[in-house]
Design a protein around this ligand. Structure first.
Ligand code: DQA
Length: 141
């Protein structure tokens, strides 16, 4: 199963950014260790809303599922949410931190109702669990 991980703004700074919340590992270091049976995993990151929308739109042409951490745009972007709705492959929403233990404005995401499910607060492990879920539930072979 071909899976695309899409990360939104500021997640390129993982490892350096607020390590007490997001951990001390960069996403590239984490990716090098990320292996899930049955999944071929690619990664895309952008700080730009329109680029994320394009990546989500195009994912349907090359992938069977998406793991999406739209970061701050999760709480603000109708455009990203509409892109998720527009594609016909499953999308799992992931947040590294527990957004429900943080500021009120992080408790709502435009993506939650458009995604097959949401994982929040389990650190980088959330990406692995999301991929395992996609393979277990949406693999065609
Ligand atoms: C985040 C949570 C968001 O509220 C925040 O804006 C981020 C990261 C997370 O992975 O915990 O940038 O999506």
């Amino acid at each position: 199963m071909r899976i695309l991980i899409i990360n939104g703004p500021n997640l390129n700074l993982l490892g350096a950014r607020e390590p007490e919340l997001y951990g001390s590992q960069s996403f590239e270091e984490f990716l090098a260790t990320l292996k899930v049976d049955g999944a071929q995993i690619d990664y895309y990151q952008s700080n730009i809303e329109g680029e994320l929308i394009t990546a989500i739109q195009e994912s349907r042409l090359h992938y069977d599922g998406v793991v999406l951490n739209a970061a701050a745009y999760s709480h603000t972007s109708v455009g990203i949410a509409d892109a998720v709705t527009a594609i016909d492959i499953p999308v799992v929403e992931v947040h590294i931190s527990n957004i429900y233990r943080r500021e009120n404005f992080r408790h709502f995401t435009y993506l939650a109702s458009r995604c097959v499910g949401t994982i929040a607060g389990l650190g980088l492990k959330g990406y692995e669990l999301a991929i395992e879920f996609l393979v277990a539930n949406f693999s065609k072979i």
